[in-house]
Structures are given as C-alpha cells and as structure tokens.
Design a protein around this ligand. Structure first.
Ligand SMILES: Cc1cc2nc3c(=O)[nH]c(=O)nc-3n(C[C@H](O)[C@H](O)[C@H](O)COP(=O)(O)O)c2cc1C
Length: 177
C-alpha cells in the first residue's frame, strides 16, 4: 500500500543521476560545484538543462563566461565531490582543497577535471529560464571519455546525505514492430 509522501521530498524520488562536477573559469579563477538537477534535452547537438542556483558562486562565473565543463566523477572521488558542495568558491580554491586536478580544455576556458572519467565542454545555449527557474541550457561542444573505464560506478543523489552507486547493467532488446 502506498502512503502519502511529503511534497518537499519528491525530488529524492525523481532526482536524475549521476552527480556531476560543474567546473567554471572567470577572470583567472577556477571553481567547481557538484550538481544533480540536470536533464538531457536533445541528442545532437547534445543539449543539457542544469538548475544552478543564483546563490552559488558558480552561477555568476558561468553567466559571465557563458561556459562550463560538466565532469562526471565515479564513486572513487565521492567524498571530494560532495565536499565541493559544502563550501563556496568565492572563498576557497576547491581544486587545491579537495585534491582535484584542473586540465586545459580544448574549446572553453573552464577546466576538465583529471580525476573524472568523462568531461563535457559546454557553451551556454539558452539562459531565458534562468531568472524564473535558475535553469541554464548548455550545448556540449566537445566530449572526453576515458575508454579504459568501461562501467564507471557513478554516484546518484537520493536526497539529503544519501547516495546510490550505479550497479548492475541490463541489455533489453528493443523489438520494433
Ligand atoms: C550532491 C549534491 C548535489 C547538488 N546539486 C545541486 C544542483 O543541482 N543545483 C545547485 O544549484 N546546487 C546543487 N548543489 C549545491 C552546490 O553544489 C553548493 O551550493 C556549492 O557549494 C556551490 O558552490 P559555489 O558557490 O562555489 O558555486 C548540490 C550539492 C550536492 C552535495
């Protein structure tokens, strides 16, 4: 039997994964924040919608530079990933503090994060819903994936302090009529 569920916790049922590390660069400073409220919007060119609160330092850096990199960590850097969400880049160099290594991207100034198994260089595509929903739509202009990491154990936010690690994989044949 299903029971009433608090509306304020609905996000924990639908929250997409994986948790990503969004890196940014502006005026010679680098920053990084974890985020989990993202969604694919289109295949090719790949468009990704990200809810990035205007209260976060990253928001201003991304709005000003119109760029970011979406880095995908796995469980091996779960603690560092989450720790980046407990401090503002306005005060702290999170790359130095949490032992993350910035690497030069090909098309944007925001850095790739070496420790992440995938990095997506993004340009801000549409900010028309930022004022109302903090929703920024990015176009992925270059994607990097480590081919040696076949089944990365990504981190998925279950709400609050709870996370889930991606596990068993299934292949289901699509039998098109
Ligand atoms: C697992 C996790 C997921 C998060 N998801 C989001 C998100 O989707 N959007 C957002 O604005 N902040 C999110 N945050 C909060 C930011 O990461 C946090 O406010 C961070 O300190 C912002 O850093 P900055 O001020 O240096 O940009 C999340 C934090 C954690 C730990």
């Amino acid at each position: 039997m299903k029971k009433n569920f608090p509306l304020a916790k609905v996000y924990s049922l639908l929250e997409p994964g994986p948790v990503i590390l969004v890196s940014s660069a502006w005026k010679g400073r680098l920053n990084v924040m974890p985020m989990s409220w993202h969604t694919m919007i289109d295949f090719d060119p790949p468009l990704v919608g990200c809810v990035i609160s205007g209260r976060n330092h990253s928001f201003g850096m991304i709005r000003a530079s119109k760029e970011c990199v979406i880095n995908i960590p796995d469980v091996s850097i779960a603690r560092e990933t989450v720790a980046c969400g407990n401090v503002s880049g306005a005060r702290v160099d999170k790359f130095a503090k949490f032992g993350l290594t910035p690497e030069k991207a090909a098309l944007v100034k925001a850095p790739l994060i070496k420790e992440c198994w995938a990095s997506l260089e993004c340009r801000l595509h549409d900010a028309r819903m930022a004022a109302r929903y903090d929703l920024l739509v990015f176009k992925v202009v270059k994607a990097w994936v480590d081919p040696a990491r076949k089944a990365p154990a990504t981190l998925h936010h279950r709400g609050g302090e709870e996370f889930m690690v991606a596990g068993r994989r299934l292949k289901i044949r699509s039998a098109k009529a």
